[in-house]
Design a protein around this ligand. Structure first.
Ligand SMILES: Cc1cc2nc3c(=O)[nH]c(=O)nc-3n(C[C@H](O)[C@H](O)[C@H](O)COP(=O)(O)OP(=O)(O)OC[C@H]3O[C@@H](n4cnc5c(N)ncnc54)[C@H](O)[C@@H]3O)c2cc1C
Length: 627
């Protein structure tokens, strides 16, 4: 099975991605240039990633006392990815990028996520560099971001601490000014950072010359104490190796001397960032995951303990800077979940078409003299395949829709751009969480279709499930995303985001209501929307967050299923435009999936939303001793 026809249909026939080249920023592009990017990414993923997915699972990263060792295949894959220009694909030409729409970049990265999610497509490096482009000084952009986009350096995000994961307000990593002249450093106000950061992905390796950590830390107040809450948090660039910069800013911008047509950056002394240990994970083993000690004195700088860090943005605005890149990071996580689901779907579809087992139900079915049928002929196996298709293709459509909103936000006219921003706020928790839950369920069904074989390492589906299990945990757990949705996103700006979503859903149901094959689905979706809106109001009827948010996850499940029902109905409208004689996979396939979603999935929202609307206290009020 190839992903390409599904991507092509969703991008070109449903989303109208080609029309993006009417925007000035993308005017050099066309379907041909988009397709050329897909061809390259598909090839690299096929040659450098897919064949090594099992290898990176079994040869976990290990520390030899000096260095973290990764398989050679991971080095080769990283080199090929960086060489393709994908690290800076969406960046300005002036930054060495291709000015590709984000929609196309996100779609192209799907090939890598499906081939080997943990060998990766450098999401963190891109996110890190993107953040610096927005919040960094010119020197920080030139020295750090540019070298990340070129693949010379890589990046991390250091938020979590052993005692502070969901609750970032409780971080204790501290940053104090480094000397009297701390504000005079060309790379930004210089601090010494001390503390422990847990779970840091790609925190140590030899894939790149340098690793640029973006670290959240607190600058103590005048009394020397850490300011409580998120207010006190600031953001710092803490490179693994300090850098020497020739030709520093502000002089040479593009076209100047040195690396990447700008300043010349060489590595200096080792900074005081030490690997305290590698985490040995359930899945996603091709990426190192680390506990890092900042400033413990293992690598003193100028004879002094404390990791040197350069402030990004203003003091105490660290979380605001970090949140800048959250939407795209969360679309990235959601897309990874989708592609793992899709990989399992394709593997189980192939297996189901080839595995003979059992005989048909009904007359003659017990006759052992008859040949066996292939398991894809059993209705229950078809159910499991159709569920996977509905979850994964639907979620892929949602991710691409959100990616398109990112492009709208950045390139559409003012009002449409602002609508896109707000709609994205409401949809992002769903884009992150829905695939994390349901494409994981797809992976479970893929194992089920393989029977006992699916439970062994002889087939790839158990790895897909293990890899996917991460996605409900990182980038904000399921519970945290649900609280964000019901506690903030549907309420913000007087509920305008939810209203915008409702308007788009209504536009789809109005069109689908005119189409005989889809009219009953349109009615069901209208009802589901009303139910979600009424449930939102009922949840907040007492105005007490404890009542409203006690069932935030069932709310997110109901909301998410409604969103996916909308996406599927809209996709079905596009599928009906396709000539059925040319592509049964598009027409019968998409219509089958939409029917499955409306008959088997959408009715589930009643149970989820009911406990929310009733502000059901069953879970919240059960005393601890009763467990
Ligand atoms: C493989 C992996 C890679 C990661 N990569 C990075 C990285 O690169 N950088 C980084 O900074 N972090 C990273 N993380 C950390 C990740 O973001 C955290 O694990 C996550 O935020 C949860 O924090 P925690 O593990 O401390 O769990 P906790 O916050 O202790 O949560 C445990 C459980 O309690 C629930 N819970 C906690 N608080 C609440 C609440 N207020 N309301 C309702 N439920 C709540 C949670 O939903 C969860 O189910 C990574 C984690 C893993 C496993």
């Amino acid at each position: 099975m190839s992903l390409r026809p599904t991507l092509d249909f969703l991008l070109y026939q449903w989303l109208g991605a080609e029309s993006l080249n009417q925007r000035e920023r993308f005017s050099d592009h066309s379907r041909e240039t988009f397709d050329a990017v897909f061809d390259t990414c598909e090839r690299i993923a096929r040659e450098k990633y897919a064949p090594f997915n099992r290898l990176v699972d079994t040869q976990e990263p290990h520390f030899d006392g000096e260095k973290v060792i990764l398989p050679q295949a991971t080095h080769d894959a990283h080199k090929a990815y960086a060489g393709s220009g994908m690290l800076s694909a969406a960046q300005d030409y002036d930054e060495g990028g291709m000015q590709l729409p984000y929609t196309i970049e996100a779609a192209a990265n799907c090939f890598f996520a499906m081939a080997s999610v943990s060998m990766g497509s450098s999401l963190l490096t891109k996110g890190n560099a993107n953040l610096l482009l927005v919040h960094g000084t010119e020197a920080q952009k030139q020295v750090f971001a540019r070298n990340e986009f070129s693949g010379r350096f890589s990046g991390t995000m250091c938020l979590s601490e052993p005692q502070a994961g969901s609750s970032l307000s409780d971080i204790t990593t501290r940053a104090v000014p480094d000397g009297e002249d701390f504000e005079a450093d060309a790379l930004g106000p210089r601090y010494r950072v001390k503390g422990n950061k847990m779970w840091i992905s790609a925190g140590e390796h030899e894939l790149t010359e340098n690793i640029i950590h973006l670290v959240l830390a607190k600058i103590p107040g005048p009394d020397g104490k850490l300011i409580p809450g998120t207010r006190g948090i600031s953001l710092f660039i803490v490179p693994k190796w300090l850098v020497n910069v020739e030709n520093p800013h502000p002089d040479p911008l593009p076209g100047g001397e040195g690396e990447n047509g700008s300043v010349k950056v060489t590595l200096g002394a080792r900074n005081d960032v030490a690997l305290a240990g590698l985490n040995h994970k359930l899945g996603w083993r091709g990426t190192t995951n680390t506990l890092l000690n900042f400033g413990e004195g293992k690598y003193p700088v100028d004879g002094q303990a404390g990791a040197v860090g350069y402030l990004v943005g203003k003091p105490h605005e660290g979380l605001r800077c970090m949140f800048h890149m959250m939407n795209e990071a969360r679309i990235g996580v959601g897309t990874a979940a989708v592609m793992l689901g899709m990989a399992g779907y394709y593997a189980s579809l192939d297996y189901a078409k080839n595995r003979p087992q059992g005989r048909p139900m009904g007359p003659g079915g017990k006759d052992a003299a008859q040949p066996q049928i292939r398991i894809i002929e059993h209705a229950d196996v078809k159910r499991m395949l159709l569920a996977q298709k509905a979850y994964c293709e639907g979620a892929l459509a949602l991710e691409l829709y959100c990616a398109r909103l990112v492009d709208e936000q950045h390139t559409a006219a003012a009002e449409a751009a602002d609508d896109a921003r707000l709609l994205l706020e409401v949809l992002t928790p769903i884009a992150k969480s829905w695939p994390s839950e349901w494409c994981l369920e797809a992976n479970s069904l893929a194992i089920q279709i393989h029977g006992g074989y699916g439970y062994t390492r002889d087939f790839p589906v158990e790895q897909y499930w293990r890899d996917n299990r991460l996605n409900m945990i990182h980038e904000g757990t399921h519970g945290i995303q649900a609280t964000d949705l019901l506690g903030r996103k549907v309420l913000m700006e007087d509920g305008k985001g939810l209203q915008l979503l409702a308007a788009r859903i209504n536009a789809t149901t109005a069109r689908a209501g005119q189409v005989p094959e889809l009219a009953t689905h349109a009615k069901a979706l209208d009802q589901a929307l009303q139910q979600v809106v009424a449930t939102t109001q009922a949840a907040w009827a007492t105005g007490n967050p404890q009542d409203a948010l006690a069932n935030a996850v069932p709310y997110m499940q109901g909301f998410g299923h409604m969103v996916l029902a909308w996406i599927w109905l809209d996709v079905a409208l596009a599928a009906l435009q396709v000539d059925a004689t040319k592509s049964i996979a598009v027409t019968a396939g998409k219509l089958g999936a939409v029917r499955y979603f409306y008959h088997y999935e959408l009715p589930k929202i009643d149970a989820w939303l009911q406990v929310v609307a009733n502000r059901d206290p069953t879970c919240a009020e059960l005393p601890e001793d009763a467990f």
